[in-house]
Design a protein around this ligand. Structure first.
Ligand code: SF4
Length: 349
């Protein structure tokens, strides 16, 4: 278990970059303000990366990177209206609605991912919410099957009830992904079919069931820097920091309302990751969507800034996957060590 200097002096409220105190080591706080987090975000880039790396090394001494694999177990046809998402039924993006995959097919993919080095297998379904019945029962079977392979199991299935969270926990689920997506003040511009409070309620059920919370967001949705920082503050000021914080860059898809959105600059990803690392020192920070648009140098800078997990897309699970080969080559030439399956349990707070 990582040790944190929880008794380190707290920085003053609302500092400016010029008055930000030195960060002696990782400090677990749940009282961040947007002004404080924005002051960190806006530090000169290399100063910010230096601070983030200092915090990172204080907690994550072995400096390993977890490889996660993501499989869409139920693609498309989603009734929600998330403006960035090609799986929303209402947008004409060419994504066809599919049925929930069979349990055997999912477990075969999980085995391939494990053989490729993934230690965490995430299963995503394009649902607004989970409905009790045969489909949820199949998902529970998938979770049990992934655990039997010695992998961490993660799901993202939309909103959950309290009892569904408990059933997932009983099946062995390690983590549940439910992103806040963006800052609360920008949320209504991106999604109208559910509220921020709906998101937070599901996160509460997940946490109370004893499942690790995986929650982060997407940058490049037209939000301001304040709204990015607002999202980090909401995450950090939860009763417990999420064990995992995915940071995504929008991949603008034709047919979605955000199709014309400009691609975020890599420095924005580095800033977001570094700031997340400082405000949530013991969380796994996951460099997620948008990585294929980044150079190798930019990805390494993200790792320097505190990203300690990489998300592979489902393409990992096909035999011909050049991205997977280049990912492994990058880690190898940089000497970045991946977490061993079922040996190195990531350290959380
Ligand atoms: S709930 Fe998930 S699958 Fe559905 S539209 Fe939103 S992001 Fe896409």
């Amino acid at each position: 278990m990582a040790t944190l200097e929880t008794d380190s002096p707290k920085p003053p409220k609302s500092p400016t970059p010029a008055t930000l105190p030195e960060t002696p080591a990782a400090v677990l706080r749940h009282d961040w303000t947007v002004a404080e987090v924005k002051a960190l975000y806006e530090l000169p880039l290399l100063d910010l990366v230096y601070r983030a790396q200092t915090v990172h090394r204080a907690v994550w001494k072995d400096n390993k990177v977890q490889l996660c694999s993501l499989l869409s177990i139920k693609t498309g046809g989603c009734p929600e209206d998330c403006a960035y998402c090609p799986q929303a039924a209402r947008y004409d993006t060419g994504v066809k609605a599919e049925k929930l995959m069979q349990v055997d097919a999912v477990l075969a993919d999980a085995q391939k991912a494990r053989a490729a080095g993934a230690t965490r297998f995430c299963m995503g379904a394009a649902w607004r919410e989970v409905k009790d019945g045969p489909q949820f029962d199949s998902v529970l079977e998938m979770v049990r099957g992934v655990k039997a392979l010695g992998m961490e199991a993660c799901c993202t299935l939309g909103m959950l009830s309290e009892s569904q969270a408990r059933r997932l926990k009983a099946a062995g689920l390690d983590a549940y992904n439910h992103n806040l997506d963006t800052g609360e003040s920008h949320y209504g511009d991106i999604i109208s079919t559910r509220t921020y409070q709906d998101r937070l309620r599901t996160l509460g059920f997940v946490r109370d069931a004893g499942i690790e919370v995986c929650s982060g967001g997407i940058i490049g949705l037209g939000e301001t820097v304040e709204q990015r920082c607002e999202m980090l503050v909401t995450l950090a000021n939860q009763p417990k920091h999420p064990e995992s914080v995915p940071v995504n860059a929008l991949v603008a898809v034709e047919g979605t309302p955000l199709e014309q959105q400009r691609q975020v600059d890599f420095t924005e990803m580095v800033r977001m990751i570094a700031t997340a690392r400082i405000v949530m020192p013991a969380s796994m920070v996951r460099l997620s969507a948008g990585r294929l648009q980044m150079s190798e140098e930019a990805q390494l800078l993200c790792m320097m800034a505190g990203a300690n997990s990489l998300f592979f897309g489902e393409k990992l699970l096909t035999t011909a996957n050049p991205e997977f080969g280049s990912d492994m080559a990058l880690l190898e030439k940089a000497g970045v060590k991946p977490l061993e399956p079922a040996v190195d349990k990531p350290v959380a707070q």
